[in-house]
Write a protein that binds this ligand. Sequence first.
Ligand code: ZN
Length: 82
Amino acid sequence: MIPSASPSDQGPESPICSAKGCRAAAVWVLAWNNPKVHTPERRKTWLACDEHREHLSNFLGMRGFLKETVELEEWEARPDAG
Ligand SMILES: [Zn+2]
């Protein structure tokens, strides 16, 4: 347990950027798949703020893992999100 002064400031569903050390609100969802460990239809997701979207998508893209980049709002509106 990590002590927090205000544990209920934000709901548990406040998505933040997946970039290391970044606490910015996520705006983008990067959907990716590592064919060596995931079945083809499996989607792992990273969240990214505007600033880190390019960095994270380049990281995944270089490895051939990146499938799509979608706005968080749109991603969550999908019936099969998650
Ligand atoms: Zn970020």
